[in-house]
Design a protein around this ligand. Structure first.
Ligand code: ANZ
Ligand code: ZN
Length: 850
């Protein structure tokens, strides 16, 4: 007898799919479309289990929707620019382009072995000139609309490495690579005006019901809308005012000092001569502190007095002006009116520098005394010490004080966003060149559209010394000014790679279009993405940038679309126990045999279940898994082990179990092939056949409902397993071959999205021409679901008073309800109080009443 041989079957079907191009799709106005997309991978070298999970989930959705009759777009490509390629060049002397292409080829082959239903005709890499030239064009359009601009901004700069560092690369104020003290340097950088879209991006978070609430909340917090007001504080003895942003104008009379960001333009101007050295030293110190840490709650609050005073516009109090490390220049106005009694940071600061406390909000039923306070009171209450505003509830006081200031021209209501414009300049080689030429006379001049693309040169040097490698290519650098024709110099920065991933999903609709970034008709047919699937780590940056870019392209007239992703699924991590040896450190699973380290024989220490990672060696190589069990087992395990949003725990036994199940399916079909051949499917059956038929149709309904929108893959698979069990125990195989055939065909069709190779093979062996998708998704027969009815006697106080008809396997609750509702029984119970209902399932109900 033929055995289940995944190696042979999978190769056979993968080749057929490729030859017949079944997964290639075209726009088709006659059919409903469905666009399913997994976040495209960075071509790091090999695929890992996280990829396997991501793509398996997407593939089930794609195949299920195809079987349901949708015209399904399911593309794949490569997020190909980025640092690792450049590091490989520095470390191993390989060119980033070659390194990237090699990795793509390898990973593509790995993906093809998984049997994923991609339209490979649409594949592209973001490092393809045909992709990034359109990005350059979009940039020029944005520039024209003022949506891209250049400004000076402070960056983390390592003087030794001569390069910009990301915030994450600054450790305790020092460079992560060379440990030199990082300085803040002003650099001209390109920005995208995402702040213009802050309001719209925020509003739409209320209109994305298909997104996880967690992601929406993260985006809302990231955008960070605050309503409050700006208030001007006159500086004593100077003709300037300090403008603050506050969300708490109600506390204005409690403002006893002022805190400026050390970077504030007035900082030095307001510093008295005798305080200059101290203030300057403080500014230098803070510049080296990490911005994120500086504003953290835990961070030590520090400041310095400038020697100047400003005036509280309501109380006239003289408020000393400090510089404080926790005030950031790029939020609000970079100045904070300090209210130590009602703001915790100000409270701590005041304690440290012995500054006055004035309570202006009294909580109900309590009297706060400044000298007894141990923390700021940040709750609500009634205004005190606030002159004409005394007695108001503080919420009402916010408006009243703001209005009063507005009337006097000392303040105005404002809305503030935490969101900053998106800095897109990177001093890197492996990225999209920014199409700008600098001219001594004309400044930054955009490259004319006709001269695009600006192609990334290959003759660059990678020293690892920092500085942009593009500056080492003379040919690239030299360019005449498009405006005046004099010799100029090209921009040597490239775009942040998040720019490419901000619109790739649009380009999949028309990857070969050569007239514009988008073919409007195709893009509007396919978009929005109906289902997007990826990691939660992209909750803010990528997913927010992609939403922003979609709106920008809309406003540039390229597509009529507000939001790119209709539904979002954030998949959980793939986790595994760590293993280690006291002698040899972390161990790969294959370095442990019989619970001992293979190198020294010492017992291996089993650690926590953690996200698979190379650094802890708790990884399983997808290739090894697939060559041992086949892609179908790998897919089934990944989909069966946990719901897609939850973390998944690796288990060798569970993989084994999935493999055994597929063998069981194989045998179930093969053992019965002769019996079912040519058997007619009939609905008119009795006894065991009727039971099997009911289970078959119940399973079809369950799997359909689990897959449709809910993505409850594990329960869908579990239900199908039960149907397989029922087939094995079916006692009337010879007598009802049609029912058997229907059940077996249902198993094969329901499993097809999960384990496509096996199912195509079995479907064919059952004698069907054409692929398994040809017949569509199975439908359930409502009539088959109906249970056999049985009669149950209903007694009231021990006397038979009626009978009810219920399904044979009805539960106690259903029987009880039906008994109490049956007309005869209700008549007898009239005027009585039901004390107790005793249900003997399958037999009788006794109602005790008096
Ligand atoms: C006075 C005040 C009194 C404040 C009080 C709070 C409580 P959100 O909600 O995040 O917008 N603030 C303003 N600009 C700042 C900056 N550049 N760096 C650090 N802190 C800054 O926070 C707004 C509040 O954060 C503002 O309201 C201001 O302190 C502070 F009982 O003003 B508040
Ligand atoms: Zn010029």
């Amino acid at each position: 007898e033929e055995r289940y041989n995944p190696g042979v079957i999978e190769a056979k079907w993968q080749e057929r799919w490729e030859q017949s191009r079944v997964y290639q799709v075209q726009e088709d106005q006659q059919r409903p479309k469905y666009y399913v997309l997994e976040m495209f991978p960075y071509p790091s070298g090999r695929i890992h289990m996280g990829h396997v999970r991501n793509y398996s989930i997407g593939d089930v959705v794609a195949r299920f929707k195809r079987m349901q009759g949708f015209n399904v777009l399911h593309p794949m490509g490569w997020d190909a620019f980025g640092m690792p390629a450049e590091n490989a060049a520095i470390q191993h002397g390989i060119h980033p382009a070659g390194w990237t292409r090699q990795n793509i080829d390898h990973m593509r082959a790995q993906l093809k072995k998984m049997g994923l239903a991609y339209d490979w005709e649409r594949e592209f890499a973001t490092c393809d000139v045909d992709y990034y030239k359109w990005e350059q064009l979009i940039f020029l359009d944005m520039l024209e609309r003022g949506l891209a601009y250049k400004k000076n901004s402070a960056v983390n700069w390592c003087p030794t490495c001569a390069t910009v560092l990301a915030n994450e690369q600054v450790e305790d104020g020092c460079c992560w690579r060379c440990d030199a003290a990082v300085v803040s340097k002003d650099l001209e950088q390109w920005f995208f005006k995402i702040t213009d879209y802050a309001e719209e991006l925020l509003d739409w978070t209320e209109r994305l019901p298909g997104w996880p609430e967690r992601v929406l909340t993260m985006q809302r917090n990231w955008i960070g809308r605050s309503t409050g007001c700006e208030i001007d504080f006159a500086v004593k003895g100077a003709d300037v005012a300090i403008r603050v942003f506050t969300t708490r104008p109600d506390t204005l009379c409690g403002a006893t000092f002022m805190s400026l960001a050390p970077e504030h333009p007035l900082a030095l101007q307001l510093t008295r001569e005798d305080r200059r050295d101290e203030v300057k030293a403080f500014i230098e110190k803070v510049r080296r502190q990490d911005k994120l840490q500086r504003s953290g709650e835990e961070f030590e609050k520090e400041g310095v007095f400038t020697g100047s005073y400003c005036l509280n516009p309501l109380t006239g109090r003289e408020m000393p002006v400090f510089l404080a490390n926790f005030v950031l220049m790029d939020y609000g106005t970079g100045a904070v009116m300090a209210v130590p009694t009602h703001d915790q940071r100000d409270f701590e600061f005041a304690r440290k520098y012995d500054l006055p406390l004035v309570v202006v909000i009294q909580p109900e039923g309590e009297t706060l005394l400044p000298q007894c306070m141990e923390a700021a009171w940040v709750g609500e209450g009634t205004l005190v010490n606030s002159g004409e505003f005394d007695g108001l509830h503080n919420e009402a006081a916010k408006d009243r004080i703001a209005e009063s200031l507005e009337n006097r021209g000392q303040g105005k209501k404002t809305i503030n966003y935490r969101l900053r414009d998106w800095g897109v300049s990177r001093q890197r080689y492996w990225g999209t060149p920014i199409p700008i030429i600098y001219c001594r006379d004309c400044g930054a001049v955009p490259v004319p559209r006709a001269d695009l693309p600006v192609i990334l040169p290959t003759d660059v040097a990678f020293s690892g010394e920092g500085g942009s490698p593009l500056a080492t290519s003379e040919d690239f650098l030299a360019a005449d000014c498009p405006r005046c024709g004099k010799p100029g110099r090209r921009e040597t920065d490239t775009f942040d790679t998040f720019v490419e991933s901000s619109w790739y999903f649009l380009r999949y609709a028309c990857p070969q279009h050569d007239k514009a970034p988008l073919d409007r008709e195709a893009a509007e047919y396919w978009l929005p993405v109906d289902q997007y699937i990826g990691g939660i780590e992209h909750a803010v940056m990528h997913l927010l940038y992609a939403r922003f870019f979609t709106k920008v392209l809309r406003d540039l007239g390229m597509i009529d679309l507000d939001e790119p992703f209709e539904n979002l699924l954030t998949q959980g991590m793939v986790c595994m126990e760590t293993l280690s040896c006291p002698e040899h450190g972390w161990l790969y699973p294959e370095e442990v045999r019989e619970n001992a380290c293979v190198k020294c024989g010492k017992p291996a220490v089993v650690g926590r279940n953690e996200k698979m990672s190379k650094s802890k060696k708790n990884v399983i190589d997808p290739d090894a898994l697939i060559s041992r069990y086949g892609a179908d087992t790998a897919r089934l395990f990944i989909l069966f082990a946990a719901p897609p949003e939850k973390d998944l725990e690796w288990s060798d036994q569970a993989v084994e179990g999935c493999y055994r199940f597929l063998n069981r399916v194989w045998r179930a079909v093969h053992d019965n092939l002769a019996t079912i051949r040519g058997a007619d499917i009939s609905a008119d059956v009795e006894g065991a056949a009727r039971d099997l038929r009911r289970i078959t149709h119940r399973t079809i309904r369950k799997v359909t409902e689990d897959l449709d929108g809910r993505f409850s893959f594990n329960t869908a698979i579990a239900a199908t397993m039960e149907l397989v069990n029922a087939i094995y125990t079916f006692t009337d195989k010879e007598g009802s071959p049609g029912v058997l055939r229907e059940a077996l065909e249902a198993v094969v069709r329901l499993l097809a999205p999960f384990v496509p190779h096996l199912c195509e093979e079995l479907w064919q062996q059952m004698g069907h021409e054409g692929g398994i998708e040809a017949q569509g998704w199975p439908q359930w027969d409502e009539k088959a679901l109906v249970q056999d009815q049985i009669t149950i006697v209903v007694q009231v106080n021990g006397k038979v008073r009626g009978k009810i008809e219920v399904p044979a396997d009805a539960g106690e609750e259903d029987i009880r309800r039906q008994a109490l509702e049956s007309p005869n029984v209700t008549r007898f119970l009239e005027g009585m109080q039901v004390r107790k209902v005793i249900v003997v399932p399958g037999r009788l109900v006794n109602v005790v009443a008096n």
